[in-house]
Design a protein. Structure first.
Length: 314
């Protein structure tokens, strides 16, 4: 994912959510709808989430220091994880609380046209934000399914915005359904049911985001395609005759660490091997530009080297 693409999707979502949050709170005040209040808090939480993603992207650009020699790229993962916590605690739990209270103590909606009008506006605005996120994601998604893209994306911003926008659109439909049912039946309990459904939805999305960002925080390897490119680029067939084993690790979405033991001939001198390592590093960086930290250790391929170790990639 390009940084500009992720930022564009975040900014679009932030603008839409701020406008929607204000309109929902106004509608909740005039109508007394708990669905609208829960949705207002949801949109406010989403706005805070986008601000966190922007902050994480900015902090991740700091130069490496003596204390953090590999840089701060993983800050983007940390802030994405915080987003999942905010979505769970502020959005989901509040909606559950409001839904249960409204079911226990229902009251008739007032000025129904306020929530209906705002919800229609919000669906249009969220649809614009969702469309932007889809467009930016398609530039890097390739032939992957959407579920596969969310699971394997190394840059967290677009999957987070995609799931947030999808959850927001579904939540808006649930809120609209709750309001319309309350209007049709005269039973305010339906507004509470819609609010409760929104809470369950938000918690489910938060759990998915937490699981995916946790995996990134723990450290994920390069994708299979990148691993194959790195292995092929490392070998020149002359001095470097093979890759005995290799490990890769994302230091951030746009920075990859590569550590490999490469096979050289037993009679090559140190100068030849050093030159071959420099050339191999250049080829790897050309094949996979995000491979910025590379450690290559020369060794002689021995028959007793376990096949599993030679073939292992991470």
């Amino acid at each position: 994912m390009s940084a500009s693409g992720g930022t564009k999707a975040i900014v679009a979502a932030l603008g839409a959510n701020l406008a929607i949050a204000v309109s929902k709170f106004v509608a909740a005040a005039f109508s007394g709808s708990s669905s609208m209040l829960a949705e207002g808090v949801h949109s406010l939480a989403d706005s805070g989430n986008q601000a966190l993603l922007l902050l994480g992207g900015k902090r991740a650009k700091r130069a490496a220091s003596e204390e953090h020699p590999f840089g701060y790229g993983r800050e983007r993962y940390i802030y994405a994880f915080l987003v999942s916590i905010v979505l769970f605690s502020v959005g989901g739990v509040f909606a559950l609380y409001e839904g249960i209270e409204k079911i226990r103590h229902p009251h008739e909606l007032e000025h129904w046209y306020w929530p209906v009008g705002v919800l229609v506006f919000a669906i249009i605005a969220e649809g614009f934000s969702f469309r932007t996120a889809i467009k930016e994601s398609n530039e890097t998604r390739g032939t992957q399914s959407w579920a596969g893209f969310v699971r394997t994306a190394k840059a967290p911003e677009l999957p987070v915005v995609l799931l947030e926008d999808l959850g927001a659109l579904i939540g808006l439909v649930l809120a609209l359904g709750g309001v319309l049912m309350a209007m049709a039946t005269g039973e305010g309990v339906w507004d509470g049911v819609g609010t409760l459904c929104i809470g369950v939805l938000l918690i489910a999305i938060a759990l998915v985001l937490a699981a995916e960002t946790k995996s990134l925080l723990l450290g994920e390897a390069a994708g299979k395609e990148s691993v194959l490119k790195i292995r092929a680029a490392a070998v020149d067939g002359v001095t470097v005759t093979g890759v005995i084993h290799m490990r890769t690790l994302h230091l951030g979405p746009d920075e990859l660490l590569v550590a490999a033991k490469i096979a050289v001939e037993h009679d090559d001198d140190a100068a030849t091997v050093a030159a071959a390592i420099d050339a191999a590093e250049a080829r790897i960086r050309s094949a996979v530009p995000i491979a910025r930290v590379i450690y290559l250790e020369p060794d002689i391929l021995r028959q007793q080297t376990p096949p599993a170790e030679r073939a292992a990639d991470a």
